[in-house]
Design a binder for this molecule. Structure first.
Ligand code: FCB
Length: 455
């Protein structure tokens, strides 16, 4: 058992939470699998993007990543040994289809089948994300998510996967963080496919939400007892000062960051204020779209990392806000503010303002510049403290009446962190990339001790 300093909320223990609370770790296909050209996998937009010079900070790609495609047994063993009872992963669409009219790839289907069997054999409840950003390149070549034909291709893929795995997977997440798919992918261009157009991003966002809404009944039809939801990246937004202008900036920032998704998913349509701000850049909406998006779900997945702090910035289109990074905040090595109270606030807000049903924290974690000590250990005390403080925050949110049923730490392994490549480590397990050796960090040891009830 690891020693915990006394100034942390160490009184936290697993028995503070319900006995059936889910304790898991979260991963995604492109970030860990590698084996990019193995067994019929074809390129995704992330293969193309990461191979483009200048797009990834360290010039790397996910071609090898953690080689999870070949080392999945060791990785699931690790999650089991840590005492987890749930495991969130995503399917690489590009292992299943190599073209619009193609038959499903038997090798891709077989890989996920044995992976899911491996989870069940180890007591890990499978939580499957159907789309974690890795759109097949052949679909991008036809306009990507901005083309409504991609919605149909997605539904076909969802149909095949839920029929294939629905006997064993009951928990399905249609999309991971549509804000990032749309905005990082197509507005600021930091992510694949790297476009820089607000109207394009908003159309992508709309079509992704429609694909979510239309996938939910399909999954339910294919999977008896299915629980279906979506995972959103949500950020509490706060004003950088007490000025009226900055407080109004919060409202405008929040309307696109959070309400654009929450209002539409819970049947209120796009917020009027947001439509005023984006004007002609608003997405084209077809008859029935908003009703489809508002389909009731079984749960909401909340991915929480940090709050955003904003000022009034009249020159910024369309929100007239700018994010600021005051020096006197505690931050991870990635620069993300450490704010467990933000998690309490966020969980209370979604439950207060929307009929979300069960809530799950589907991602939460921190990036620090870890190193292997001479004795072979990774003493990531800061990540361990981040974890303890966020679990305590979740306990407070539950005590305040929150309907939170599970927590998935991001991430089981260090992995390919998108535009940052391998420069950012979020794992509870250290990956020594040259050897692919897995080393459970101090944070992972603590999480394991906590979940096993040893502290
Ligand atoms: C989230 C992503 C996840 C990972 C974490 C750090 O936005 O869903 O894949 O990159 O951030």
């Amino acid at each position: 058992m690891t020693m915990i300093p006394t100034d942390l909320p160490t009184a936290i223990k697993r028995s503070d939470f319900a006995g059936d609370f889910l304790w898991g770790v979260s991963t995604s296909a492109y970030q860990i699998e590698g084996a990019a050209a193995v067994d019929g996998r074809v390129p995704s937009i992330w293969d193309t993007f990461s191979a483009t010079p200048g797009k990834i900070r360290d010039g790397s790609t996910g071609a090898v990543a953690c080689d999870h495609y070949h080392r999945w047994e060791e990785d699931l063993d690790l999650a089991q040994a840590m005492g987890m009872n749930a495991y969130r992963f995503s399917i690489a669409w590009t292992r299943i289809f190599n073209g619009v009219d193609a038959e499903p790839n038997a090798k891709g289907l077989a890989f996920y089948s044995k992976l899911v069997d491996g989870m069940l054999a180890r007591g890990l409840q499978p939580w499957c994300t159907l789309y974690h950003w890795d759109l097949p390149q052949y679909l991008e070549d036809q306009g990507g998510w901005a083309n409504r034909a991609t919605i149909d291709a997605y539904l076909h893929y969802v149909d095949v996967m839920t029929k294939h795995l629905g006997d064993r997977i009951k928990h399905w997440i249609t999309h991971n963080e549509p804000w990032c798919t749309a905005m990082h992918g197509n507005w600021d261009g930091m992510h694949a496919p790297g476009n820089k157009s607000l109207p394009l991003a908003l159309q992508v966002c709309h079509n992704v939400l429609v694909s979510h809404g239309r996938a939910v009944p399909l999954i339910r039809a294919n999977v008896p007892g299915a629980k279906v939801g979506i995972a959103l990246s949500l950020h509490p937004v706060k004003a950088a000062s007490d000025s009226v202008a900055d407080k109004e900036a919060v409202v405008r920032h929040d309307v696109l960051r959070n309400r654009w998704f929450l209002d539409t998913l819970y049947g209120r349509g796009y917020p009027e204020l947001a439509l005023q701000l984006v004007g002609e850049d608003a997405p084209k909406v077809e008859a029935g779209d908003m009703e489809a998006i508002a389909v009731p779900c079984d749960f909401l997945g909340v991915n929480y990392y940090f709050p955003e702090e904003v000022i009034d910035a009249p020159e910024e289109y369309p929100l007239r806000t700018r994010i600021v990074y005051p020096q006197d905040r505690q931050r991870t090595d990635f620069g993300w503010e450490v704010s467990p109270e933000g998690l309490v606030e966020l969980l209370a807000r979604v439950a207060r303002d929307y009929p979300t049903g069960d809530l799950y924290v589907t991602e939460n974690g921190s990036s620090y510049d870890d190193h292997l000590d001479a004795d072979g250990a990774v003493n990531d005390t800061a990540r361990r403290d981040y974890l303890i403080r966020h679990l305590a925050a979740m306990r407070d949110a539950i005590a305040a009446g929150g309907n939170i049923k599970g927590y998935f730490a991001w991430s089981l392994l260090d992995n390919f962190e998108w535009a940052e490549g391998y420069l950012r480590r979020f794992g509870l397990t250290y990956i020594d990339y040259p050897t692919q050796r897995r080393i459970l960090k101090q944070s992972g040891q603590w999480y394991s001790a906590f979940v096993r009830g040893a502290i």
